[in-house]
Design a protein. Structure first.
Length: 334
């Protein structure tokens, strides 16, 4: 199999491997809850006809809008619709996280497009770029966790409370953090590339590298990654605030830290993406000064090995962030 075909199917392989990993984590969550509490604390919720209707119509309108605006192609819209329905049935807070990621990252991609065309050889201005593979890499792991959320906790919005509802809180933070990772990294790369005057530094060596280099980090980019994750946390928090019954909110742990941990997930996810990109993703500069992801004639090597492509890096980053952040939130929740 050629390198190009291998890179094309690698995200599918990685996502497939994440399924047994997710199952292992789910079983661990169930075991931990029964050991500590002796019984399941989350109550199953019946999926009402109105919820089914909302969970089909709203994702359908969302994907039709994205397709009409050329933010996704047909395969991306179809695959995104399936994922959006799964997320919405599980919890509207998950759908809010997806919608916030899609709209904000699309705007960030189109920002400063003329300048990006001079930096990146494969930049297309965000028009029609998102296909089913990109949807899978950015939202596939969150959809898997949402399925486990429905199997384990039922359908419905719940507060984040690791003492009373450990498993639903763990899965909720994992899903939110996965989207915060994607959004934080997108904001960092798309906005950090065109804002500021200095060149970024490679995260592994701290040497200055041209803008657009995989693994390049800048201080404006870190700020944007925090803000990108913060926006996901805010969307999740507001959805919980206005959908969960008031007496359940008052009897649960404070919910505002969701916003803060969204920002932290944005930074952590962006840093993970940068480390992987600097080492396992090739970066070179062609004779016109643009960054390319494959070696060739008149291409000057900058960093990394040609093992992963950008889709695979995004998928790995969302998986790792979705695994790490629930433990961080559980330990440091005020």
């Amino acid at each position: 199999m050629s390198t190009s075909k291998f890179n094309e199917f690698l995200p599918i392989l990685l996502c497939g491997l994440s399924i047994p990993l997710s199952m292992f984590m789910w079983i661990g969550n169930v075991a931990f809850s029964f050991i500590t509490n002796g019984q399941q604390s989350d109550e199953d919720v019946v999926i009402t006809p109105m919820r089914w209707l909302f969970s089909v119509l709203v994702p359908l309108m969302l994907m039709l809008y994205g397709w009409k605006r050329k933010g996704v192609n047909k395969s991306g819209a179809a695959f995104g619709l399936i994922i959006a329905i799964i997320l919405s049935i599980a919890s509207h807070a998950f759908l809010a996280s997806l919608a916030t990621f899609y709209f904000s990252s699309s705007r960030a991609t189109k920002f400063g497009s003329k300048k990006k065309q001079k930096i990146e050889s494969d930049f297309k201005g965000g028009e029609g770029q998102r296909n089913w593979i990109q949807v899978l890499c950015n939202a596939g792991f969150a959809a898997q966790l949402a399925l486990f959320y429905m199997l384990d906790c039922g359908s419905g919005e719940r507060t984040i409370d690791f003492i009373k509802q450990y498993r639903s809180s763990w899965l909720g933070i994992g899903i939110m953090s996965s989207f915060a990772c994607s959004n934080g990294d997108t904001w960092a790369s798309e906005l950090g590339t065109v804002v500021g005057s200095g060149d970024p530094f490679l995260i592994t060596t701290r040497k200055r590298v041209p803008r657009g280099t995989n693994g390049g980090v800048s201080y404006p980019g870190l700020i944007f990654s925090f803000l990108g994750g913060l926006s996901i946390g805010l969307a999740y928090y507001l959805t919980v605030l206005y959908t969960v019954e008031s007496h359940l909110l008052s009897s649960s742990a404070r919910q505002w830290p969701i916003v803060l941990f969204g920002g932290i997930a944005g930074i952590i996810g962006s840093l993970i993406d940068s480390v992987i990109g600097a080492t396992l993703q090739y970066s070179g500069q062609d004779k016109s000064g643009r960054i390319v992801e494959r070696p060739g004639q008149n291409v000057i090597y900058i960093s990394g090995y040609r093992i992963l492509d950008n889709h695979s890096v995004n998928l790995i980053s969302t998986i790792l962030t979705g695994i790490i952040m629930p433990s961080v939130a559980y330990r440091f929740w005020p």
